[in-house]
Ligand binder design. Structure first.
Ligand SMILES: Nc1ncnc2c1ncn2[C@@H]1O[C@H](COP(=O)(O)OP(=O)(O)O)[C@@H](O)[C@H]1O
Ligand SMILES: [Mg+2]
Length: 333
């Protein structure tokens, strides 16, 4: 029996690694939490939600007046809500009602609540409730399992609720779900308040003294990541240039009259790797410090250059940048 058993073990290990890849993929996006008014956010989300559910489902959006500002990544929250809306729609094939409601919520420290793992304190509670088919206990128990789906092949991926769970955890919030067969489903998202966000993430330290005058070139093919880095660096007081590919970066470094003090480059990009680009610059006599960025766990940059792993916190990026500018680090080859 040894042979078939070891085959099974091997297959299990393979799917384990596939799962972890997909999950880290779904969390690869860098979360940029910001303070905003959830009521206004929901008002803006109303029309995309209506389009998603069609005309047979009645949409109700209700936010309690005077809600405190929440502290969450907006696009992540939008994606999470859309996942819940799609699930609700799928559970109401012949119509029904979908209610999004928001209210203040205090989580006490007793631990006797559905939000296991969340720190006690004040939150905003966002609930997405549908009048659909609901779920039996056996289904409910498995809904957060990656790839668990009751939908036919091609319709469900089983990654919607795991994404919501991953996002809420990463956001220092929580998610809970209540449902019974034939009685609809309610998903509750516990959103942290801006007032309780750690000061370090709320206000990235401004770059000081000499470093603040530095010019930084950002090379990143993903526009969302690039824009985020540019915004964070600019906010910290740096002069920032940005390009989407290594070929343009090479031209820019060679010709930019003001001089570039630091290049921050993604490693995996179309055309040329970021570390290859750095090597070409060094070979061409452009003596510029480089910080490489990669989301791939086993990606080791050549030339021993400093590496920042994605996803990173903005404060982490600023710390590394400040440190490199202070050291005036140069590539070793
Ligand atoms: N609002 C809902 N009503 C009924 N069942 C739901 C609801 N949301 C999720 N489910 C159940 O949980 C399963 C997993 O959901 P999800 O992770 O979003 O994956 P998918 O939608 O691709 O199946 C669904 O297949 C369904 O059985
Ligand atoms: Mg889904």
């Amino acid at each position: 029996m040894h042979e078939p058993l070891s085959q099974i073990l091997q297959a299990a290990r393979r799917s384990q690694s596939t799962t972890s890849h997909l999950l880290s993929f779904s969390r690869k996006q860098i979360l940029a939490a910001e303070a905003f008014d959830l009521a206004e956010f929901l008002r803006e989300a109303q029309s995309p939600i209506s389009r998603m559910i069609g005309e047979d489902i009645k949409l109700i959006v209700a936010a309690a007046p005077g809600l405190p500002a929440v502290w969450v990544d907006k696009s992540g929250l939008h994606q999470a809500i859309m996942n819940l809306v799609v699930n609700a729609r799928d559970a109401m094939p012949s119509g029904g009602s979908l209610t999004l409601s928001a209210a203040s919520y205090r989580l006490d420290g007793s631990g006797r609540n559905e939000f296991a793992g969340a720190a006690p304190g004040d939150y905003v509670l966002l609930e997405v409730a549908d009048s659909g088919t609901g779920m039996d206990a056996a289904t409910l128990e498995r809904v957060f399992d990656p790839f668990f789906t009751t939908k036919e092949p091609g319709k469900g991926t089983g990654l919607g609720l795991p994404m919501v769970m991953g996002f809420m955890r990463q956001s220092h919030g929580a998610v809970a779900i209540r449902s019974h067969s034939g009685e609809g489903t309610t998903v509750s998202l516990l959103l942290p308040l801006a007032a309780s966000a750690p000061p370090a993430t709320r206000q990235p330290a401004a770059a000081s003294g000499k470093a603040a005058a530095a010019t930084i070139l950002v090379v990143e093919d993903d526009a969302a990541v690039r824009n985020l880095m540019v915004a964070a660096l600019q906010k910290a007081g740096y002069r920032v240039l940005a390009v989407s590919d290594p070929a343009n970066a090479l031209d820019m470094v060679r010709s930019y009259a003001g001089g570039i003090d630091l290049v921050i480059s993604d490693i995996i990009m179309p055309g040329m790797r970021g570390d290859e680009m750095a090597q070409q610059l060094a070979a061409a006599g452009c003596d510029v410090a480089t910080l490489l960025v990669s989301g791939y766990a086993d990606d080791k940059p050549s030339g021993g250059r400093p590496l920042l792993r994605k996803p990173f916190e903005v404060t982490e990026l600023l710390d590394r940048v400040e440190q490199l500018l202070k050291e005036g680090t140069r590539p070793k080859n």
